[in-house]
Design a binder for this molecule. Structure first.
Ligand code: NOJ
Ligand code: CA
Length: 691
């Protein structure tokens, strides 16, 4: 008896390769904690585990009843993605805990992969209360050192921030430098969001995030900057409740992607592996795509508007849109949309997104929301039927836009009508948006209610065979594996900020290490006119990029729904560079991360899913760099031709962003291509085999 109890005081498993060692123990109060070693050294020190609800606490008073261990090694085929096959290989240990009277039971399930750790809490049906009001989760990540942190401020509503490269000790200063977003709730103190990245003095990289966020709020991290501990901070609603759950219940997985090679963090599929397999039986209608949009005109030409009229300013109660006076600055009109369709058809671009097509924009920023958006009522100058037929004739898909202005409650009421309207008019994909403060007002963008809303929308969309690109939604946690119709999300500061202050070149050198671990981002690359001053007076900022770098982003920011964000007239000025956007695939058979350092540089090679062609993208931060592209990934037995889209020798993101060159060279497997990149620049390469 005693021996058995002693044996059960500490339990553990390793990763399949033995590099990660996980230990779980109970302290003197019967409270569970864990440690994680990497390559023989402590990485995560004694870290608390547990959950607290109003009804029951799952914190201490436990004994380890038993453990269930298993090893799994399997592969699965994503509908789209960076790889055509993903290996899911881990050792698992479920630690079954109970109190001495067997009134409280808790299982903590750990999976240790070669590239990291996932664990979650599973609450079986109890001998006590089975409806719980969760107020806190105790999960800690205790790092013993003043490590480097890459993070954005804790916020219940927005993640559209630039990234800090800081340390535990310097975090307060870094966070103090951020302004506040309107209608978003920043968390006071030293709270940050996930995914975040950490780098130890030993050069070990750790991405902290969560997987399969479903039926639960998102997790932020409260950072103890002196003891180097990060603790789970569940997003609450405005009543202070984080989650209402009914047992049995399993929380999302808490995830640590770990490696001393930065490239492994980029290549890791751990978050996807911890999500459930695809729930959609027939996925033949899910089609990766490139698209353009009646969109950038509204960001850059401030005189252009989503709204059809300015009348609302004088008469907020207007209900009949045919009585509005058109403002003449509304790009979502039939003629202009046809122009985009023509351009897309001529250049093999699959889709055209149109924003500002529907009634409601006159009022959209109003706090009172007198009039909601209507998702089946077009403005008088947008001819739904004519455009449906025109797009069809040209072989281009129109992409729907649903800006809900954060009125998620109203969106749910309109959802079926909105989706049916899409199907009736030949739309298969929709970009959704939640700008503003969430309605119901009790909620936040990342609270449990909105996580449930997002899941409801994606499931309903699947019923209608509709693909989704969501903006301002809860950040992705790999649910796109389960619902592959969730092609992309924004959930970070996207390319549109080039017109609102700019993104430094380093921004896209950190996103793949952090935000992208949850799933693809609708970053909107393809900006060819990089000087905002081109569009008019007063906007003299310069996008943080060269033109060639924008092409590289199609590789370094992979997404099955990839925009060519600029205006047709700007692409017409650079037709040879645009050829890369025409040709670059959006779905991959294989990916090889060749060089990487967070916030500094990324070089990646990918093989097209539908041909033997390889594509390479390389980007750098504000410093010039020579990428070394090791072509060992090319199979022997063929000769290869590389078309290189690169920064001209005198290119520079600030001074000379549009200076690019295109050259074609013969390359060989195993060759090491030295590729110069300008400050803030990049290179994009297509490698085709000539057998
Ligand atoms: C914010 C989105 O991120 C942006 O892409 C969109 O154009 C506007 N909302 C309007 O819906
Ligand atoms: Ca946004």
């Amino acid at each position: 008896m005693l021996a058995a109890a002693a044996k059960m005081a500490a339990v553990g498993i390793t990763s399949p390769d033995g590099n990660l060692v996980l230990q779980v123990e109970l302290d003197q109060f019967g409270a569970p904690y864990y440690t994680l070693d990497y390559k023989g050294k402590p990485l995560v020190e004694k870290s608390a585990l547990g959950l607290k609800s109003d009804e029951t606490s799952f914190i201490d008073g436990f004994r380890i009843v038993s453990t269930d261990t298993t090893t799994v090694d399997r592969t699965w085929q994503p509908v789209w993605g960076e790889y055509s096959e993903v290996r899911d290989h881990f050792k698992e240990m479920a630690v079954n805990l109970a109190d001495k009277d067997d009134n409280r039971a808790l299982t903590i399930r750990f999976r240790v992969f070669d590239d990291g750790l996932g664990f979650r809490y599973e609450l079986p049906v109890q001998n006590g209360p089975n409806y719980l009001t969760v107020k806190d989760e105790l999960t800690e990540f205790n790092f013993d050192g003043d490590h480097k942190l890459y993070c954005i401020p804790g916020d219940y509503d927005t993640d559209e921030y630039l990234w800090s490269e800081t340390t535990f000790g310097a975090l307060p200063e870094a966070l103090a430098g951020y302004g506040k977003h309107t209608e978003a709730q920043r968390v006071e103190g030293t709270t940050i969001q996930t995914p975040m990245l950490l780098k130890t003095a030993d050069g070990v990289y750790v991405n902290v995030h969560e997987a399969a966020l479903d039926g639960y709020p998102a997790m932020l991290l409260d950072v103890d900057t002196k003891d180097y501990v990060m603790k789970s901070h569940l997003v609450p609603d405005r009543l202070g409740v984080s989650a209402y759950i009914e047992l049995p219940f399993a929380t999302p997985w808490r995830t640590l992607i770990v490696s001393d090679d930065a490239r492994d963090i980029l290549a890791s599929q751990l978050v996807l592996n911890l999500n459930e397999p695809c729930k959609i039986e027939d996925t033949s209608w899910i089609k990766p795509m490139k698209f353009m949009g009646v969109w950038w005109e509204m960001f850059t030409g401030y005189e252009k508007t989503w709204a059809y009229s300015d009348d609302h300013l004088a008469k907020p109660g207007i209900t009949d849109y045919t009585k509005l006076t058109p403002n003449g600055r509304h790009p979502a009109n039939t003629e202009n949309v046809k122009r985009y369709i023509d351009f897309a058809a001529a250049h093999g671009i699959d889709g055209v997104l149109v924003e500002g097509w529907n009634e409601g924009w006159e009022d959209w920023a109003s706090y009172r929301k007198n009039r909601q958006f209507l998702f089946d009522k077009a403005y008088p100058d947008f001819d739904v039927a004519a455009l449906r037929d025109y797009a069809k004739e040209k072989g281009v898909k129109l992409i729907m836009h649903h800006e809900t202005s954060a009125n998620a409650a109203d969106y749910e009421r309109q959802l079926d009508r909105a989706f049916q309207f899409m199907k009736d008019n030949n739309y298969d994909a929709v970009k959704t948006g939640y700008v503003g403060a969430i309605i119901p007002r009790s909620e936040h963008h990342t609270s449990q209610w909105m996580v449930d809303h997002a899941r409801h929308v994606i499931e309903r969309a699947a019923d209608y065979q509709i693909m989704i690109d969501s903006h301002e939604a809860p950040r992705p946690t790999g649910l796109c594996r389960t619902y592959p119709n969730w092609l992309a999300q924004e959930s970070a500061r996207g390319g549109e900020f080039e017109s609102m202050g700019g993104n430094p070149p380093s921004h896209t050198c950190i996103l793949p290490f952090t935000r992208l671990k949850g799933g693809p981002m609708d970053y909107t690359p393809g900006l060819f006119e990089t000087r905002m001053s081109y569009y008019g007076e007063g906007k003299d900022s310069q996008a943080g990029t060269t033109l060639a770098r924008q092409l590289a982003l199609y590789l370094t920011m992979p997404s099955p729904m990839q925009m060519a964000c600029d205006l047709p007239e700007n692409y017409e000025r650079f037709p040879d560079a645009f050829r890369f956007i025409e040709e670059v695939p959006v779905d991959w058979a294989d990916s090889k991360y060749l060089e990487a350092e967070p916030n500094r540089y990324i070089t990646v090679a990918r093989r097209d899913k539908h041909s033997d062609d390889w594509y390479v993208g390389a980007i750098t931060d504000e410093n010039a760099r020579t990428a070394v592209i090791d072509l060992s990934f090319l199979p022997e037995g063929a000769t290869y031709e590389a078309t290189i889209y690169e920064d001209a020798p005198d290119a520079d993101w600030k001074e000379n962003p549009q200076a690019y060159r295109i050259r074609t060279v013969k390359v060989k497997p195993g060759q090491k291509l030295k590729q110069p990149l300008a400050p803030g620049g990049g290179a994009a390469i297509k490698i085709a085999s000539r057998k």
